[in-house]
Write a protein that binds this ligand. Structure first.
Ligand code: 5AD
Ligand code: SF4
Length: 479
């Protein structure tokens, strides 16, 4: 591949990515150019996805676009004509894995010089990543970010026919692109984007820089998508956004917000509605009441708290205190009795003292979480927290993580134990990883349930009587 003029590339710029304006968000419609329709005929693609559900959904769009171009899916790397790595930038260890993968894929490029290797997703939005790819990963042909997935046909064409390297990453607030094709991973549960981007700017987090401004899809588009899924036989939708509780707040023409959307989607005929992820500061009573009133909205809430220490929460720019978080949580539990709540927690944020950490432990005790994703703080270049003084040794941070995980795991078990003897409804996902006579699926409260049953039940909702609770799953018998 030619690589002479580094300046011809469109590289990311963190200073641009940080900016937010009051400009109205443009809505564009994707349409495949006639010229791109047959580019992939007789050729195959493979997409490797890392990170969050947002990336899972984006990969479904990339697959949709590639299949419109005529490419067929393959799982075999050595056969693929196009391989795209859809990356995650949230923590350093996620990135390290991806660098390793990119190195490994070089061998396939040697075997098949026509192979097109693409790097997409949040890592592509980082300045230092693109510099490193330019200098040290010459075998990567295409780098594109989260804002220009719809331009994939053009990029493939340029790399394939002009044999040119394409680096095009936009650091802007972003538009909304509708009419994007999708090849969905599952046939009975689906991701549905309801908004993009994030304006919270938590000081540790790279997402507002990689995903742009908070922008909501129109309710008509979302409702139409869910209705279409119902027609196709889907049972469950998971509404996606970095902060779904802010849904609609960027559309100033009416006061339609997340609670209204839940009520409207409840009427579409979809059996189950889930959503992720939420910000405590935007969670309102209207949402809680919609959850209470809508039988298709599942009694489960992932409500990231990040820390139980007020000074740390302030340094994280989270806009709430330990006390106000617990107050919101209690309101939620009172409004939606029996709801299961999980969270995200970061330990070892710069300057976190032993005392701060104990505040987190205390909050976990009081909140009675039934699960959590826990992380050690990871420094992300370009974010404010990357410059904060951090003198806690890594070993001490790990010890805090272990201590926290013990408490979290006790919460998992307690949350599972409350269902022993109860009958729960399980949407069957597939067979268990360990035994193919055992089915596995999730209950309404998002508990993993295993029970003996026939494979024909996959994709169906089955009543299961719970007989045993373990930390990570429940066992039961189909009724
Ligand atoms: N370091 C560690 N964890 C992080 N998260 C986001 N950014 C970082 C970081 N720099 C965690 C938060 C968030 C989840 C998706 O990832 O807990 O809720
Ligand atoms: Fe990151 Fe905070 Fe936005 Fe979540 S709310 S994506 S943690 S900046």
């Amino acid at each position: 591949m030619n690589n002479v003029d580094l300046e011809k590339y469109f590289k990311p710029d963190l200073n641009q990515a940080r900016k937010r304006s009051k400009k109205t968000v443009e809505e564009l419609k994707f349409q495949l150019d006639d010229a791109h329709e047959k580019v992939g005929l007789g050729k195959t693609y493979k997409i490797d996805t890392y990170g969050c559900q947002g990336n899972e959904a984006d990969s479904e769009t990339m697959a949709g676009i590639l299949e419109l171009m005529g490419f067929a899916k393959t799982e075999e790397e050595h056969q693929a004509d196009v391989i795209i790595i859809n990356t995650c930038a949230i923590r350093e260890n996620a990135e390290n894995r991806i660098w390793g993968e990119l190195g490994r894929l070089k061998a396939y490029k040697r075997q098949n010089p026509n192979l097109i290797l693409g790097l997409a997703g949040c890592m592509a939005q980082e300045e230092n990543v693109v510099e490193r790819v330019l200098k040290k990963y010459q075998h990567v042909d295409i780098v594109f970010g989260t804002h220009n997935i719809h331009k994939l046909p053009e990029y493939i064409e340029t790399a394939m026919f002009n044999k040119e390297r394409v680096i095009e990453v936009f650091s802007r607030e972003g538009e909304i692109i509708e009419n994007l094709p999708k090849v969905r991973q599952h046939h009975f549960k689906a991701w549905v984007n309801i908004m993009f981007g994030c304006d919270e700017f938590c000081t540790y987090c790279i997402v507002p820089y990689t995903r742009g401004k908070e922008r909501s899809r129109s309710k008509d588009e979302v409702i139409a998508e869910v209705k279409e899924l119902v027609k196709q036989g889907y049972q469950e939708v998971t509404l996606l956004g970095q902060n779904v509780n802010a849904y609609g707040k960027d559309i100033k023409t009416d006061d339609y917000t997340f609670g209204d959307l839940l009520r409207d989607l409840n009427e579409t005929g979809i059996e189950r509605i889930r959503f992720t992820t939420s910000h405590p500061h935007d969670l309102d009573l209207k949402t809680m009441e919609a959850m209470r009133d809508c039988k298709h909205v599942m009694p489960f809430f992932h409500l990231p708290v990040q820390s139980g220490s007020n000074p740390v929460l302030k340094k994280m720019n989270r806009h709430y205190t330990k006390e106000s978080y617990l107050k919101t949580l209690n309101e939620l539990k009172e409004t939606v009795p029996g709801i299961s709540v999980t969270t995200d927690i970061i330990v070892g944020f710069p300057g976190e003292t032993e005392e701060d950490f104990m505040e987190t432990m205390d909050l976990v005790e009081k909140a009675q979480f039934e699960g959590a994703f826990t992380f050690v703080f990871s420094k992300r270049e370009g974010t404010p927290a990357a410059t904060f003084e951090d003198s806690t040794p890594e070993e001490e941070k790990k010890q805090r993580l272990y201590m926290l995980n013990d408490k979290i795991n006790a919460g998992y078990l307690k949350g599972n134990e409350r269902f022993v003897g109860e009958t729960v409804k399980v949407l069957v996902d597939g067979v268990s990883k360990y035994d193919d006579t055992v089915l596995a699926g999730y209950s309404e409260h998002n508990k993993l349930v295993n029970f003996k049953g026939d494979k024909s039940l996959i994709g169906k909702i089955v009543s299961v009587k719970i007989t045993l609770a373990k930390t990570w799953f429940l066992m039961g018998e189909a009724l």
